[in-house]
Design a protein around this ligand. Sequence first.
Ligand SMILES: Cc1cc2nc3c(=O)[nH]c(=O)nc-3n(C[C@H](O)[C@H](O)[C@H](O)COP(=O)(O)OP(=O)(O)OC[C@H]3O[C@@H](n4cnc5c(N)ncnc54)[C@H](O)[C@@H]3O)c2cc1C
Length: 387
Amino acid sequence: MNSDFYLLETQLDPAGRALLDRVRDFMEKNVQPVINQYWIREEFPHDLVPGLAELGIAGLAYDGFDCPGGGCLLDGMLAMELARVDSSIATFIGVHSGLAMGSIYLCGSDEQKQRWLPPMARMEKIGAFGLTEPDVGSGAAGGLTTTARKDGGDWILDGQKKWIGNATFADHIIIWARSLDDGQVKGFVVDRGTPGLATEKMRDKIALRVVQNAYITLDGVRVPEENRLQQANSFRDTAKVLRLTRAGVAWQATGCAAGAYEHALAYSKQRQQFGRPIAGFQLVQDLLVRMLANVTASACLCAQLSRLQQDGLAADHHSALAKAFCTVRMRETVGYARELLGGNGILLENHVGRFVADAEAIYSYEGTREINTLIVGRAITGTGAFV
Ligand SMILES: Cc1cc2nc3c(=O)[nH]c(=O)nc-3n(C[C@H](O)[C@H](O)[C@H](O)COP(=O)(O)OP(=O)(O)OC[C@H]3O[C@@H](n4cnc5c(N)ncnc54)[C@H](O)[C@@H]3O)c2cc1C
């Protein structure tokens, strides 16, 4: 049963719908059957990357530079489709295509876009995005401690990062650091193997265990000026990337909720109690309809946000509202799905348990509910309440 209750897919052109169908088919046939085992082992399914690359989904929101260029709505619905089956794979693509390629697309010169985006669109090269630090999360705008020092035609980076998705194997890591020259935040593309760059896998997460998050140490890492993103001159430019990707996370949260709802609906039709399917009980239908309402409201909100993005009308607060709202609704929805499955809801084999756990990470990354709420609060009242 498809959770697209208000037929949002009809707003895509035939090529867009066909792409979503291919993605759904790939995710259901290749990811769903194996993903729990990777989740248990905290491993990333590298074998699936060529198949994901063949789908042509990296860089869907961007035009030119060999990117597929399908527009914001299709890119958002893709994030939902991926997360509907697995949030870790959705996050892998979100980090690579959204955060890393998005940084280059929005903050790079034409030469840099030409250099990096085509192989990343083909997923021959994988990207990561390093903003968060061990002691600096929500306060990244003013608090980054990683530094960049000019040395002739190069830059020297020093500092630490934490939580950086894909970083254990990524070819290009975007590192955001504060320039000791002018005090502004700048972005640098640091290639795997650069001396002084070390990545260490974070272990024992209870959410998104398939995503390979890393601690990064930068110890005198020398980066040529040609690897400094030429249009990233302050944190305002970093925020442009986050505006784009927070919208993607809102879609992802909607997909996570949709997947949990669909598992719960299917379960309700086959699970029998008191001599009949539990789907026939009023209180079970109440849970299902609450879930569907959450998914539908979130998807419609996200679709309008994508239209605003496409028309160049989306501001930070639009993405922030969607990220905060959809992640709250997601958390509620996966909880209802877990409840509907009874004890079976905590068994990984029924998938919903993984959705419950993974939702916790989606709820907090790319700006917590509190931070996104403060962004919206500032926009509607005219008064910043961040301190
Ligand atoms: C699975 C996962 C993947 C991630 N991937 C990446 C990645 O690829 N790249 C990257 O750069 N980062 C990544 N992150 C980091 C993520 O963006 C941060 O976790 C997030 O921004 C929150 O920061 P924090 O965890 O340090 O929490 P903190 O900032 O320490 O916040 C702790 C609590 O305090 C609250 N709080 C903080 N400030 C305020 C305030 N002013 N008013 C009210 N409440 C406040 C927060 O809302 C939160 O509830 C990832 C995180 C996770 C969990």
